[in-house]
Design a protein around this ligand. Sequence first.
Ligand code: ADP
Length: 455
Amino acid sequence: MFSRILVANRGEIALRIIRAAKTLGIEVVCVYSKADADGPWLKHADQAVCIGEGPSAESYLRSDRIISAAEVTGSDAIHPGYGFLAENANFAEICRDSGFAFIGPSPEAMALLGDKVSCKNLARQAGTPIFPGTEDAIEEMDEAVEMAQLIGYPVIVKAAAGGGGRGMRIARNEEQLRAGVVSAQQEAAAAFGDGRVYVEKFLENARHFEIQCIGDSHGNAVHLFERDCTTQRRHQKLIEEAPAPGVDPERRNEVAHSAAELIRQAKYSGAATVEFLMDRDHNFFMLEVNTRVQVEHPVSELITGVDIVAEQIKVASGAPLSITQEQLAVNGHAIECRINAEDPDRGFMPQAGLIETWRPPGGLGVRLDSHATSGYRIPPNYDSMIGKLIVHGPDRETAIARMKVALDEFEVGPIRTTIPLHRRLMDHPDFVSANFDIHYVERWLDSDSVTAAEA
Ligand code: ADP
């Protein structure tokens, strides 16, 4: 096992990794930017090393400085968290070549699953359900047109190297498709240096469904069941829960098994999430694989009892998975609300500045993963998420009731947060009935007279 790991991240996920490492008796080094010099999580690290200025490009994205910090502190391994360099295969390779274990998959497995075309081809072999569409990147416009005729419009053109929603075009007819292929190719070539695009069926009014998987370097892979992340705004997840309400457990198990099989066939070591869209008839179509720990991992931890971050560290050190599929079962229901320092009444404008009041909730089944405290000044440089409130209960109804109480207790000021929005969502009939799709929050906010009047 490692004796010292370096955390190449900040905020709540840095704190989450510190907690897991300390539980395993491992020392932790944090790197930080000048904007994070007062970051409350740094107090809990054994050592902290400043690696540059506030902008990420000058600190958290500087692999050379991160590697230097690992060298001078005598670290054995590097945990990238999520975001920043977490899904950068080149960084994973630099870590390995510099003699540090990367707490995540090999650069080869990351590249294989990170490329949407090779990932889809592997999924086809593993029996993971995928969208109908072209098998490979299209070479001639005719291939795209013929495929669209076969599967029917609407279709979506997607970049093989895609990420962050770039290089995607929805087409509802042949004219839009021809234009979309050309512009998606150009955008992908400019953004990723790789203009390959493919065409697949576009699914409207879907739910977002994902399977948490973990693999080890001994050829084992398990799944920790699913999460439903349908409550989103502009493709940003707001609420995640497990298990997915209303989904038949047998069908869920089939999809989850196929996702674990995909991870196993990719020779994948570490935590991964296989994302799907689910239609009204509960058919599943794979979107992509995220090759890192996810923001919403705590809901899976609460229903399975597995410490996903500790498991990541253990498998990266070469240990086999400490759990088998047979030992895993779904216990109760968990819900997570992302607490963002944003003003929902002003177009979700990010709120930097001093937190004067911070009174977190507590009680049975309530977990708060946050680096924030009263007196903490939120820097303007990074993501607006300042914490995650997660509740667990024997069933969904109890979890919702606990979340309402916890949100009511939670006081943060004077900066505005998404807490009041979450409190209203807990009473939203579409959330309560789980009769929803990934655009329901946007439709609701657009039609909401209170929000509109104040905006
Ligand atoms: P990226 O890696 O750029 O984020 P994804 O493949 O994850 O791209 O897609 C981003 C979002 O676009 C998805 O969350 C989903 O809402 C939408 N999307 C992608 N593919 C499809 C599809 N075939 N049908 C419907 N929506 C899609």
